[in-house]
Structure formats: structure tokens, C-alpha cells
Write a protein of this length. Structure first.
Length: 218
């Protein structure tokens, strides 16, 4: 049996399908979990323990919280099949950058996992950061990990996080145009050792590899 933050999941019977990277839950477990919203067209739903853990953690920490152990599992086990239609909703958050300094999934210690991509801004300091999707600002503020950062609700369960701004230029509740609205200015606030943009794409609160939806080759 596994104990969550707020409830106990009894009688877990799971079979791991290695080729698909997913967990199949027993009907007993499935009945104890509230059904997630239906996936948008072009995205395949995977029911796994990561979904349970990530939903619980989101309720406790909010969309802007740091990616910690609960979402490490989610990032590894959620393997969405993303259609061209879904990829078309996303836009590059920068006009130019030096290169990629850290990719999604790079291990940062035994119990940590990098939930986004880091774009090195050497030579491109104080760059405008653009909205990576058309949507609504659900968070615009500061914490010790992300520094100044903005979270966008892109619709259909998708969201983005852009972090380490020197300045945030939008407020919570604002509507933004993908690829056109400037949401902030790049910087090195929060847990950062040099100017870069940390960028995440999340589906139903679980981080996925941003390179699955955008081409970050400079």
C-alpha cells in the first residue's frame, strides 16, 4: 500500500509495460482516484501513479512550485503522443539565445530531475521573453527557486513556465498573445548562477520535454 499526502491508495495492482512506459492500475485503485479531465485531440491519456502524485502536489504547492520528487516520476512516466495540431499552439519564448545549457531530464542528484530546458543567454542579456502560447497568466511573481517567473494557462490542460526574469511585465489574470506578448525581461533571479531562461511545458500539471513541442536549435 502507498500513502499519499491526504489519502491512502489500497490494494495497488500494477503492471509495468516497458515498451510504452506506463503503469496499468487495477480497477480498485482507479475507482479511488477522481477522473482527470479528458485529454485534448492528439494527446493520448496515460493513467499512472505520476498523475496521482502530481495532482496532489499541485494542490499543495500551486502551479508555480518547484519541480521536486513528485513530478520526477511524472516526467519519466508520462509519454504523451503530441500531434502537429497541439504543437502549433506553442511559440518560442525567445528571439535568440546562445545555446542550451541544460536539457529536460538531466539528473541533478539522486532524487532530483530537471523539469524543463535552460536556454543560455550569454551575449543576449536582458532579452524580452515572449508568451509561449496564447492564454491567460495564472501566476506572475517570485519564489526562491524560479525567481521572477510567469505561468501561462494555454488551454486544454497545457501550461508553460518561464523563469529567472529580471522583471515581470504581466499580471495574474492577463490575456496574452502567443509569440507576440512580452511577459518579462530575462535575468538570473532565484536559484540561478548565470543569465538564462528556464522554460517548462506541462500537461495536466506534469512536466514534459519542451523539445517535444518546440525546436530550440539556435
Amino acid at each position: 500500500m502507498m500513502r499519499g499526502n491526504r489519502f491512502l491508495i489500497p490494494a495497488l495492482v500494477a503492471a509495468f509495460a516497458a515498451s510504452a512506459g506506463l503503469l496499468l492500475l487495477s480497477q480498485t485503485v482507479a475507482r479511488s482516484i477522481s477522473a482527470p479531465p479528458p485529454p485534448p485531440p492528439g494527446v493520448e491519456r496515460f493513467v499512472d501513479l505520476a498523475r496521482v502524485s502530481s495532482n496532489m502536489a499541485q494542490g499543495a504547492s500551486g502551479w508555480g512550485g518547484p519541480v521536486t520528487a513528485w513530478s520526477d516520476v511524472g516526467a519519466r512516466n508520462l509519454r504523451p503522443s503530441i500531434s502537429a495540431e497541439q504543437r502549433a499552439r506553442f511559440f518560442l519564448p525567445l528571439a535568440a539565445w546562445y545555446g542550451i545549457s541544460d536539457r529536460f531530464g538531466v539528473a541533478r542528484g539522486e532524487d532530483h530531475f530537471h523539469g524543463g530546458i535552460d536556454l543560455d543567454l550569454a551575449g543576449y542579456t536582458h532579452s524580452p521573453i515572449y508568451a509561449a502560447c496564447a492564454g491567460v497568466v495564472t501566476y506572475a511573481g517570485y519564489d526562491d527557486t524560479y525567481g521572477n517567473h510567469v505561468v501561462l494557462d494555454c488551454g486544454d490542460g497545457w501550461s508553460t513556465v518561464s523563469a529567472h526574469f529580471s522583471e515581470v511585465l504581466v499580471a495574474q489574470g492577463a490575456s496574452v498573445a502567443g509569440g507576440r506578448s512580452v511577459v518579462g525581461i530575462s535575468g538570473t533571479t532565484g536559484y540561478s548562477t548565470g543569465e538564462h531562461l528556464h522554460f517548462e511545458v506541462r500537461y495536466l500539471g506534469v512536466p514534459i520535454d519542451p523539445e517535444l513541442v518546440l525546436d530550440f536549435r539556435p
